[in-house]
Write a protein that binds this ligand. Structure first.
Ligand SMILES: Nc1ncnc2c1ncn2[C@@H]1O[C@H](COP(=O)(O)OP(=O)(O)OP(=O)(O)O)[C@@H](O)[C@H]1O
Length: 236
C-alpha cells in the first residue's frame, strides 16, 4: 500500500514579472524520506522551495502538505503547520547570541520548542558550547548548524534546506550529513533539500529530482542518479 506523500507539488507555475520561472513542476516527497532537488544554477530550485513556503505566489498548480492544500495559507501558517525552512545563506541574526537566535523559535513555538533544545544541542554540540557568542562571529558552517537547529526546534514534519553545504568546510558538512541521517533514522521527518554538492546529496537522499529551465526533467531513487544524468544535467 502506498502511504500518502508528505508533500506534493502538482503543475506548479511561478512567474517573476512577465517571465515564467516554474513551468509546471511536479514533485512528490514520501513521508520520512530525504529528497534532493538538483539542477544547474538558475533552473528554479530556490523558487520551487519558496513556492512551498508561500514566499512566491503560484500562477497555476497546487501544493499539498499532509494531504491538505496549502493554497491561501501564508508563510507563517505554513511554518506553524509543520514546515521548517532554512533558506540559502542561512538567515540567522548576526547581532544576537546563539541562544537568543534559538529563543526566537521558542518565543514563536513555545514550550514544545524549549523541550527540544537538548535534542538540538545533542545534534549540534557546538551550539551549546557557543551559546553566548554572537551569531555573526560563528563560522559559515556553525551558522548553518544554528539555522538548522533553530528550524528543528519547531519540530517540523517537513524540513526544507536550501543548499545546506554551500561555502562550508568539510568537517561541518560531515556533521550536517550525520545530523540528517540521524533525523531520518530517529524521527518521521521528511527532508527536502536543494543541493549542488553531489556526494552529499547522494549520501543523505532516498530520491532525487532534476530540474532544467523551470521543469522537472528526471526523477528517481538516488541509486539511479547515473554519471550520464550528472553529465547531462548537472555538470558545469
Ligand atoms: N525575485 C526575482 N525576480 C526576478 N527573477 C528572479 C527572482 N528570483 C529569481 N529569479 C530568476 O528566476 C530563475 C530561477 O532562479 P532560482 O533562484 O529559483 O534558481 P536556482 O535553481 O535556485 O539557482 P541557484 O542555484 O543559482 O539559486 C533565475 O533565472 C533567476 O534569475
Amino acid at each position: 500500500m502506498m502511504t500518502e506523500p508528505q508533500l506534493t507539488l502538482e503543475g506548479v507555475q511561478v512567474s517573476y514579472d512577465e517571465s515564467l520561472i516554474l513551468r509546471g513542476v511536479d514533485i512528490s516527497a514520501p513521508k520520512n524520506s530525504v529528497v534532493s532537488l538538483l539542477g544547474r544554477n538558475g533552473v528554479g530550485k530556490t523558487t520551487a522551495l519558496k513556492s512551498i513556503m508561500g514566499i512566491v505566489p503560484l500562477t497555476a498548480g497546487e501544493i499539498t502538505f499532509e494531504g491538505n492544500s496549502l493554497t491561501g495559507k501564508n508563510t507563517e501558517k505554513r511554518s506553524r503547520s509543520g514546515i521548517g525552512y532554512v533558506p540559502q545563506g542561512r538567515d540567522i541574526f548576526p547581532n544576537l547570541s546563539v541562544w537568543e537566535n534559538l529563543k526566537v523559535s521558542i518565543s514563536v513555538h513555545g514550550q514544545a520548542a524549549r523541550d527540544r533544545l537538548d535534542e538540538v544541542y545533542e545534534l549540534f554540540p557546538v551550539l551549546a558550547e557557543m551559546k553566548e557568542r554572537k551569531g555573526g562571529v560563528l563560522s559559515g558552517g556553525q551558522q548553518q548548524q544554528l539555522a538548522i537547529g533553530r528550524a528543528l526546534l519547531t519540530n517540523p514534519s517537513l524540513l526544507i534546506l536550501d543548499e545546506p553545504t554551500e561555502g562550508i568546510q568539510p568537517s561541518i558538512i560531515d556533521q550536517i550529513e550525520d545530523a540528517i541521517l540521524h533525523l531520518k533514522k530517529t524521527s518521521e521527518m521528511t527532508i527536502l533539500l536543494v543541493e549542488q554538492y553531489l556526494d552529499f546529496a547522494k549520501s543523505v537522499s532516498d530520491h532525487f529530482y532534476i530540474m532544467e529551465r523551470g521543469s522537472v526533467v528526471e526523477r528517481g531513487e538516488i541509486a539511479l542518479l547515473s554519471d550520464e544524468l550528472v553529465a547531462q544535467y548537472l555538470s558545469v
